[in-house]
Design a binder for this molecule. Structure first.
Ligand SMILES: *Cc1c(COP(=O)(O)O)cnc(C)c1O
Length: 460
């Protein structure tokens, strides 16, 4: 399996090189040259597999440069850190299925991909006798999951930028309380998009990138999307009978999670529709419903991990929407840079509406949904998950089974849950033990030069 760039400007690379490259050297995103398909019969034969066994079946189709026993061992190690024996269990509540993706070390779905990516990096670096400097931007969850994925790992330094004061207190603590020498937290005075711009700028500087062996962990890394494909298939196997289509409702920020659902569907999973749920940062909803892809400004919401305007993984979807025409993708992003928007043909917009439906859920509706769901079922939704549940309530009116992706544990965003329900959220041990821990973090302006200087000084 070889990987190509959405912008068409690199020679094809194999899986391990795709993982190490992160962002493609031409500024595009990496995708497999073809999507491996599975048959309905194969899908049926996977019903009794454990999560790590299923993960191997899926992931190995995209990886042909790691021996099977090594790959299975990497996968086993990654999912052994989860606190639930099923890794990503599905529970049924009040007619909807909740796919619980928050049983990893940082209590958010990003652990599913980042435990795997951390082990993968370590494996490849050891084999190649190389070092890696990971630079990433986070609106909260990616950073903590990435840090926990690579803390203490040989050959890796990690620098994580987060918008100062714009993550939840628990998210900040989960990052800054990790004191391993290879972990560096940077609090930026600005928004998540500012952080992401700085990281993209550093990654786009090829000389710097090569000199310091920069790698990415944010959702532009192909291995992350790949790891996330697995739980769509796992969930389908838990809730659907043979051939039955299901709807997935996905609280969306950077488009990584829902793009993994799109890949699962392209591989052959019976998916009726992918619901793209947004908060007030609703550029993707405007795009799907009105064809308007114009960038606004980021507003702070109850679901900070979705406070994003420019969703980086959206480019991967555009590559398929544009029928794998890399020149058209490049032109679209040139237009975005020049005019702050991308224009689409009527035919393209029709295709978009076949692939997705979308709803934007505001603060009040999010709180109402948390309150009502608890009242009806006794189950606590975190505000991100609530956005997806609400979108499903608005968009699905027939009896197609609906799987809502629960992307974070409610205790991680306890303030919103208290505001909605009036009751304190029981604190799980993973959070209780953060209380009072010493922390380490440096604060900087939204200035790529400062960040670059800090990296040079630290890595040497
Ligand atoms: C990152 C995140 C999201 C958004 O996922 P994307 O892949 O960026 O679309 C949603 N919910 C939570 C809790 C997250 O951490």
């Amino acid at each position: 399996m070889r990987y190509l760039s959405t912008r068409g400007g690199i020679a094809p690379v194999r899986f391990k090189d795709a993982v190490m490259m992160g962002l493609a050297d031409d500024g595009g995103l990496l995708l497999p040259e073809s999507i491996p398909a599975f048959s309905a019969a194969e899908l049926e034969s996977w019903r009794t597999l454990t999560y790590p066994q299923l993960a191997f079946k899926i992931i190995s189709r995209f990886v042909d440069d790691i021996p099977a026993t090594d790959l299975q061992a990497l996968i086993d190690r990654s999912y052994a850190t989860f606190s639930h024996p099923e890794v990503t269990p599905v529970v049924q509540k009040d007619g909807v299925y909740i796919l619980e993706l928050f049983h990893g070390v940082t209590l958010a779905f990003k652990d599913v991909a980042l435990q795997f990516l951390g082990n993968l990096f370590e494996y490849i670096l050891h084999e190649r006798h190389e070092r890696l400097t990971i630079v990433g931007a986070t609106s909260g969850d990616t950073g903590s999951a990435a840090i926990h994925g690579v803390r203490g790992k040989a050959g890796i330094s990690i620098f994580i930028l987060h918008p100062h004061g714009k993550t939840s207190p628990v998210q900040a603590l989960q990052m800054t309380s990790v004191l391993d020498e290879n972990v560096h937290n940077i609090a930026v005075d600005g928004t998540f998009d500012d952080c992401q711009d700085i990281v993209k700028g550093l990654m786009g500087d090829l000389e710097f990138k090569q000199k310091y062996s920069l790698g990415a962990v944010n959702s532009i890394n192909w291995a992350r999307v790949l790891a996330q494909v697995v739980y769509y298939i796992y969930a389908w196997l838990r809730v659907a009978e043979q051939g039955r289509k299901v709807v997935f409702s996905v609280p969306t920020g950077n488009f990584g999670d829902i793009f993994a659902g799109y890949m699962a569907q392209q591989m052959g999973l019976p998916v009726e529709k992918l619901l793209l749920a947004t908060n007030e940062n609703n550029i993707l909803t405007r795009f799907i419903n009105q064809g308007d892809y114009s960038v606004g400004t980021v507003v702070q919401t109850l679901s900070p991990s979705m406070d994003i305007q420019v969703a980086s993984n959206f480019e991967r979807y555009l590559f398929y929407l544009f029928k794998q025409d890399a020149a058209r993708v490049s032109a679209a992003f040139a237009q975005l840079k020049a005019e702050g928007k991308i224009s689409f043909s009527q035919q393209e917009l029709q295709q978009v509406r076949q692939d997705f439906r979308s709803a934007s859920v505001d603060r009040q509706a999010t709180l109402e949904t948390i309150r009502q769901f608890k009242h009806d079922t006794g189950y606590l939704l975190d505000p991100h998950t609530a956005v997806g549940v609400r979108a499903a309530q608005e968009l699905v009116t027939d009896d197609t089974p609906v799987v809502c992706l629960a992307t974070a544990h409610p205790a991680k965003f306890g303030e919103a849950v208290v505001e909605a329900t009036g009751d304190a959220v029981p604190v799980p041990p993973a959070i209780a033990q953060l209380e009072g821990l010493p922390t380490r973090c440096v604060r900087m302006q939204a200035d790529a030069g400062q960040v670059r200087a800090f990296i040079i000084l630290t890595v040497g």
